[in-house]
Every structure is written in C-alpha cells, then in structure tokens.
Design a protein around this ligand. Structure first.
Ligand code: C2E
Ligand code: MG
Ligand code: MG
Ligand code: MG
Length: 291
C-alpha cells in the first residue's frame, strides 16, 4: 500500500518537501504502535447553535500523545496514515472513542451529536459501511447522532466508488457533512449527487470575513445556498464577536471556533459545559485547552 502511494506523492513534492515526507514516513511503525497502544487521543470542539447559544454537538479531532515529541496535531500524522494504509485503523480508533463518548452523554440523559472526520481514502474502502454498522452497534449509538465530515477533494470528482460509499453511509442514517466547503472544486456536484445534511464553511472565509468584502460575500452566499437546499450550515473558525454578529445576521445555523472553545480534552469539555450551564453570560468559553 505504501509503495503504491509513494511514487505519486514524491512526484509532486519539492526537494524540501520530499525529505520531510521521508522523515515523516519514519513515523509509520511508530504510528502503528501508537494506534495499538492508545497513544492517540480525541479532543472535542463544541458546535453551538447560533439562535440559542446551546451546545448541539462536538467535532472529534484526533491528536497523538507522542512519548518524545509531545502532542502532535493531525496535520503531522494523518497524511502519513492516508498514504500507508494506517488510515483504516486510525479512523476505526477515532470512531470507537467518539461513539463511546457519545454513548456516555446519552447515558447521562444529555444526548450530544458527535462529528468525525473521514479521509477520502476511507471512502475507497468497500468494507467501511459494514464496519461502521458494527461500531455503532457495539457502542449502542443511534446513527443519527453521528455526523461524518467529508473533505471534498479533486480526487473524488467523478469517482464512482466514493460516491457509492457515501450513499451507503447515508442509507444507514448517519449524517453527512461537507467539510471545508468552498475551497475544493467538486462542492456543487456533490450537493447534487450525495445526500448531504450539513455544509461547513471553510474557516479561511470565516476568518477573512471581518477584513475582506469578498470573504464576507462568499460566506453570505454559502449560508444562502444551505438555506435554499435545507441544509444545516456550520461556520468553522469563528474567533471574534464581529464574525459571530455577521453570521447571526445572515441566518447561519451553527458556529464553531475559538470564540466559544478550542478543541478540549474530554474532562475540559465537561467543565466547559458545566461552566456554561451555571453562568448566563454569553461570552467565550475556556481560554485554556490547546494554545
Ligand atoms: P477540520 O475538520 O476542518 O477541523 C477544524 C480545524 O480547525 C481543527 O484543526 C481545529 O482545531 C481548527 N479550528 C477550530 N476552530 C478554530 C478557530 O476559531 N480558528 C482557527 N484558526 N482554527 C480553528 P486540527 O484539530 O488541527 O485538525 C486539522 C484537520 O485534520 C481537520 O480539519 C481534519 O481535516 C483533520 N483531522 C482531524 N482529526 C481527524 C481524524 O480523526 N481523521 C481524519 N481523517 N482527519 C482528521
Ligand atoms: Mg472537520
Ligand atoms: Mg473544516
Ligand atoms: Mg480543515
């Protein structure tokens, strides 16, 4: 698998990138062990309903507690996993943990949706929908509490298998979300061909909205598009009150970003929720968490 993926990668990398990618490929055996030995961890970032400021779900974001290098972010190892066949075990690990957490909230009488990111690679795996069924059954979580965030990518355009996988996933009742919406090329054709429930406006537009009229216009258009199609629209990268005010005025449904909370370890998420329940102030969440 690694050998298959390598030549294509090397061909597009510059010299500097190449040595860096080789360095990162040294992570492969370590990453395999990390998955087996639970060195991975999931951080949870709140998704907040704009109308009520209520917590409506969390995005599950993987990190690697590396014994020597400390906390590694997904950008440092998810691409390695994608190119070596470790993405299957990694995705299953994240799903198992996310669904267990979802189950815990349900048991406490506070059902909370969880969102998990899927790599395009996973959609090439014809066994994935059945594996997901098993994971949902093992955890005892109803499929509608799970949202799968898919990054649109050129690689997926016109590819039959990923689209078939997405349809099979949707048939099982899980929600599908188009992540980083607006920066890829296939967004509109996706909306035609797969049963999407949610779109997440790419954070670059949301971050630029305060200073760039084009970004503001793009965000407004995507919110309108989502409303016309009856989809939930999530703005990611909400860092300022000003951006939040714009989004409210546009009628955006859901916001996620540092203004509310950074991705938090499980115990910090609990305290964040407790603190919000106690106080009626609507100002930002826990400024600790990741920096
Ligand atoms: P994403 O799915 O678009 O996740 C949102 C990213 O934006 C997260 O970065 C989050 O920390 C960051 N973010 C959230 N709010 C703000 C904000 O207000 N301002 C700014 N500047 N950034 C914000 P993170 O955790 O480093 O994840 C990066 C990407 O890695 C994710 O982007 C996702 O594509 C991928 N990823 C994360 N976990 C997984 C996973 O379990 N599986 C797969 N396949 N990919 C994952
Ligand atoms: Mg995401
Ligand atoms: Mg995103
Ligand atoms: Mg992203």
């Amino acid at each position: 698998d690694a050998a298959k993926a390598l030549p294509r990668g090397v061909a597009v990398y510059s010299g500097a990138m190449e040595s860096r990618s080789v360095h990162r490929l040294g992570l492969v055996p370590e990453l395999r062990r990390a998955i087996e030995q639970d060195e991975l961890t999931v951080h949870y970032q709140p998704k907040v309903a704009l109308a009520t400021r209520e917590l409506i779900g969390v995005e599950c974001l993987v990190r690697w507690n590396h014994p020597e290098q400390g906390l590694l972010m997904p950008g440092e190892f998810v691409p390695v996993a994608e190119h070596t066949g470790l993405i299957g075990p990694l995705t299953r690990w994240v799903l198992r943990n996310a669904l267990a957490e979802c189950r815990r909230w349900q048991d406490q009488g506070r059902p909370l949706g969880v969102s998990v990111n899927l790599s395009a690679r996973t959609l090439q795996d014809p066994d994935f929908p059945d594996e997901l069924d098993q994971l949902l059954a093992d955890a005892g979580v109803p499929p509608e509490l799970l949202t799968l965030e898919i990054i649109e990518g050129g690689a997926l355009t016109d590819a039959e298998r990923p689209l078939a996988t997405l349809r099979r996933l949707a048939e099982r009742g899980v929600r599908l979300s188009l992540d980083d919406f607006g920066v890829g090329t296939s967004a509109f054709s996706y909306l035609r061909t797969i049963p999407v429930h949610e779109i997440k406006i790419d954070r670059s537009f949301v971050l630029g909205m305060n200073t760039d009229a084009a970004d503001l216009g793009i965000v407004r258009s995507i919110v309108g598009l989502g409303r016309h199609l009856g989809l939930s629209v999530v703005a990611e990268g909400v860092e300022s009150e000003r951006a939040l005010a714009h989004l409210e005025e546009m009628g955006c449904d859901i916001a996620q970003g540092f203004l509310f909370a950074r991705p938090l370890p499980q115990d910090r998420l609990e305290s964040w929720v407790a603190a919000r329940t106690e106080s009626t102030t609507e100002s930002s969440g826990d400024p600790s968490g990741e920096s």
